[in-house]
Design a binder for this molecule. Structure first.
Ligand code: MLT
Length: 424
């Protein structure tokens, strides 16, 4: 017949190593895989080579270990059960989150400083950072604290904002690195900075555990307003703040409504690292240079590339924000803060100086010039404890080591004993 037929002939392509699709060149710029899977790989390689070693203790990735408390859990369970009823069943929800949780976040966590329609509920802060980058696109210059949570830099590279990495400085071209060290109280010299469009700032900080004061945040907001920059404030560790007067949100700072976005998450608050629930706040006054509200474009991203956070988990978010849930969160935070204290005192008893660990779940250990990947390996091999080398958070983290307080209490206590045995 003359009907066209699919060809069954195999085309010989001896020289081809893949499809004809060109690789996104930005991905080739990334120096290594994402930090935390890289750490897990080293741990697994060690385990494979030493199958009979004592159990490894992880003070590595900041992943919660304590069970979700009962009242908060009742929200998750209730949310799931509702789906099994004719009256309660819901399918797709609003991409921005349910009205009730947006209202409750605005009221309970922001004291009404922001409006419910400025809250976008999502599957987490990390995912929102990726979506903010999709919105900002390749034409902006980003600034990051150095060291910083690797997501800010890696996503800037992925969307094409940067050049290649400079092999000498280990910094990407076209990213502004804001040095944060003990010598500057972990707060950058804003006057000395080259211009950046988007400034990523995390407090309490990952990885240094530094907590910005009100005065520092006022300076940051004033700088952004004066320079026409947007601050993306990462407040994922806010509930660890116990010191009175230290701001838990950038929206406590005057002037922030015209220049700040805040990303946040229930991950660390309530042990939702697996359940997944976060939010991003964009005040209506934050605008691009052509006058378009940033909120509108983020809404476009959320409605197009996101389908709303899980209705089950949003129900868990509602119980988090009840008074009983908030009390349960406080108890969880106290538990991890006590761990941080144990780790901090423990590492200091080995003769090291450390930072953070107060109002923050990370202890940042000064290695006094030693290479952080070397110390990471030494501690893994001799103490069977996983840590995170500071260099994994950017060149400014070299010479430091991060300890996470999210391990169970008994693991923190044992880790200190092991570290004392090999380091003291
Ligand atoms: C960390 O260890 O830095 C955190 O787990 C990162 C995250 O929250 O994604």
């Amino acid at each position: 017949s003359s009907r066209p037929r699919a060809s069954t002939r195999m085309v010989a392509t001896p020289d081809k190593v893949g499809t004809g699709v060109k690789r996104n060149e930005n991905f080739a710029k990334l120096k290594a895989g994402y930090l935390f899977p890289g750490i897990a790989k080293r741990r697994n390689a060690y385990l494979e080579a030493n199958p009979d070693c004592r159990p490894i203790i992880s003070l590595g990735i900041g992943d919660t270990t304590q069970p979700i408390p009962p009242h908060i859990l009742s929200g998750l369970v209730g949310g799931a059960k509702t789906l099994g009823t004719k009256e309660g069943y819901t399918g797709y929800g609003a991409e921005q989150g349910k009205a009730d949780i947006r209202e409750k976040i605005s009221e309970k966590l922001y004291n009404g400083l922001i409006k419910p329609d400025e809250v976008f509920v999502s599957d987490g802060a990390k995912c929102d950072i990726g979506r903010l980058q999709m919105m900002f696109g390749s034409g902006v210059v980003s600034a990051v604290q150095d060291p910083s949570y690797p997501v800010y830099v890696d996503t800037s590279v992925m969307v094409g904002q940067t050049g290649e990495v400079n092999e000498e400085t280990m910094q990407y071209d076209n990213i502004v690195y804001m040095p944060c060290k003990p010598s500057n109280d972990f707060f950058p010299d804003l006057k000395a900075l080259p211009h950046a469009d988007v400034i990523y700032f995390c407090s309490p900080n990952n990885p240094t555990g530094a907590v910005a004061t009100r005065e520092q945040l006022e300076a940051l907001v004033a700088h952004a307003n004066a320079k026409g920059s947007i601050v993306v404030f990462d407040a994922a560790y806010a509930p660890f703040i116990r010191t009175p007067g230290v701001p838990k949100s950038i929206f406590e700072i005057e002037g922030s409504r015209t220049c700040c976005i805040e990303v946040n998450s229930f991950s660390k608050y309530a042990g939702f690292t697996g359940a997944r629930l976060g939010w991003t706040v964009i005040p209506n006054e934050v605008k691009f240079s052509d006058g378009t509200p940033v909120r509108n474009d983020f809404n476009r991203v959320m409605t197009t590339a996101f389908n709303g956070a899980s209705n089950i988990v949003q129900s868990g978010g509602m119980t988090c924000l009840d008074d009983e849930g908030m009390a349960e969160i406080d108890t969880l935070m106290d538990y991890y803060l006590e761990n941080a204290k144990i780790l901090k005192e423990g590492i200091e008893s080995c003769g090291f100086k450390s930072h953070g660990g107060k109002d923050a779940p990370y202890v940042y250990v000064d290695l006094e010039g030693k290479a952080s990947w070397d110390v990471f390996s030494e501690i893994l091999e001799k103490a069977q404890v996983v840590t995170i080398p500071g260099a994994g958070f950017g060149p400014g983290g070299e010479g430091f080591l991060r300890l996470s307080a999210f391990a169970p209490r008994e693991s923190c206590v044992e880790a200190v004993e092991r570290l004392r045995a090999v380091l003291a």
